[in-house]
Design a protein around this ligand. Sequence first.
Ligand code: IVH
Length: 668
Amino acid sequence: MDDIKDRIDTLRREIERHNHSYYVDNSPTVSDYDYDMMVKELEALEREHPEYDDPLSPTHRVGSDISAGFEQTAHIYPMLSLGNTYSIDEVDAWVDRIEGALAGERVEIVGELKFDGTGISLIYEHGRLVRAVTRGDGEKGDVVTDNVKTIRSIPLQLTGEGWPERFEIRGEIVMPWASFDRLNAEREARGESLFANPRNAAAGTLKLLNPAEVSRRGLDAYLYYMLGENLPADTHYANMQLARTWGFKVSDHMQLLHGMAEVDRYIARCDAERHDLPVATDGLVFKVNSLRQQLNLGFTAKSPRWAVAYKFAAERALTRLRHVSFDVGRLGIITPVANLEPVLLSGTVVKRASLHNEDIMRTLDIHDDDMLYVEKGGEIIPKITGVDLSARRDGSRPVEFVSHCPACGSALVRVEGEAAWVCPNKYGCAPQIAGRIEHFVSRRAMNIDGIGAETADLLCAMGRLKDYSDLYDLRVDDLQNLPGFGITSARRIIDGVRSSLEVPFERVVFALSIPFVGETTARKIARTVGNIDNLMSWSAERLESIEDVGPRIAQSIVDFFAEPVNANAVERLRRAGVRMAMAEESTEGRTDLLGGKSFVISGVFSRHSRDEYKALIEQNGGKNVSSISKKTDYVLAGDNMGPAKLEKARKLGITIIDENEFLRMIGE
Ligand code: IVH
């Protein structure tokens, strides 16, 4: 008996620990599958042993995403979760169960993708979006309407006809792979922690208090569930097809299925296609199509009986640890990496997997020669999710985190409040020097073609490059005899170095590798300070007046230029002809912030003239168009905008912004 109580306690503790990592830290420590298995086991034990029930058991709550800073509101209908299945047999059993409950009536099933994002409830009244609410604890959620309005695929004003005066539609806010990759690349460049998967990135973004930043991050939304008193059709499928005609994004993968054979084929088809979708999915959802049958089947306390999720198995492999090595990044951060016996996982051979930091390595408790589980779920980078303890060699010892830099031997320091160990020898540690040069030449910085990581490492090791300013002294002779090089590849680099003299100042600021100064921050800094002399001489206090620059970044800038190595490098860059000031002409300072979006300007403005706004749109990569059509992306509305225009824009579901919002979009 005591064993059972012990097991229950362990499961409760473990599940709560994972809940915290997931909901509070936005950084899961367990695969969904393992988590679900633990919950299932706990539910079963609690069912069999009601004497051990506890109102605070994690089985008595649904995870909450409520955070401070947003108004909360109660859901009209509670937002429930779905029961999970992991095999076709379990789906089959579910179909049998519901047909039994419906006294043998035939059921038509709708198959859908299970989007791996964060649930949202949208309320429409008279065809207009009035409120967007997160799932929260299922009963009440955060009102995130302003953030949701920035998602271009969500109609603010419905088109077509036949929508109920008042209804709710639910769906999933997702971060498409393309946006996710771009966001993480930017975060990496700034030395910030990365999002583990698009789900966390979408959830984190939706909770930002800055709608302009939300807009920039490129979220998307798929809708999959309509609720209300007078829905237009009496099947789920027909309602969703109508929703599509009103302007909602409804997945093309939604399909009507008759019988298990079709369900089977649907699973096989989606399993094959899911790797090519623009967004992350973690399974499928099967729903009863008829709303009458749904009503008859009803709900359990936690989920509808008329729907079930089918989860794809995370692809997992077991392989032996060869050794743990420690990578040194451009900002000196030490990352432990598991070097593995090569193993095939979702079509690629995995040899290395990041262990992220000391805390994660400790939690996994990896010993020498351990057999490790490697997983590739929604994540792109394979990760170690556990150890096969039964295969552990007797007397094997836990892997220790290094105390000294594996490259230069300096004693590592741990940054207060962070999980990372850092090598403090910034200007004498080879991988840090090479890392900064790689960053300097990268596409988003100085865009110098032809120098990859290996060439940078080699030129550093040869002593030919001591910092990025040495790039401007390179000659064809230095390069053409390097292994793998010839005259053509050598000339390409020299040409690239020369062209980089045209790169605008804002990208030069980014290229310098000032810790915490990413692409966007660099742009804002460059535009405010105007030139490098100001940047080097402003006090931390004055730097803090720049948008997005807080005390940490301001101090980081001051410290950076206080290093003679950096001040010298900047001097040499200046002498080589690298741009050290914002250009005067308006053709410079161009950005692609508006990415080809079309704007109609209407009304009178107070902060700039109409012509200035037209110029700003062009300068930031947008297009001016004179009249509103379906193709218009934004209406920039001032005072006294004509009511007919306003009405037309609303009808077409075009985003209407005021001048403040516009200026935020271009980072002013
Ligand atoms: S239907 C009452 N359909 O999965 C049932 N949910 O584990 C309402 N999800 O909270 C949900 N794709 O956030 C439904 N096609 C889909 C879905 C889906 C993703 C999410 C949703 C839900 C969670 C349940």
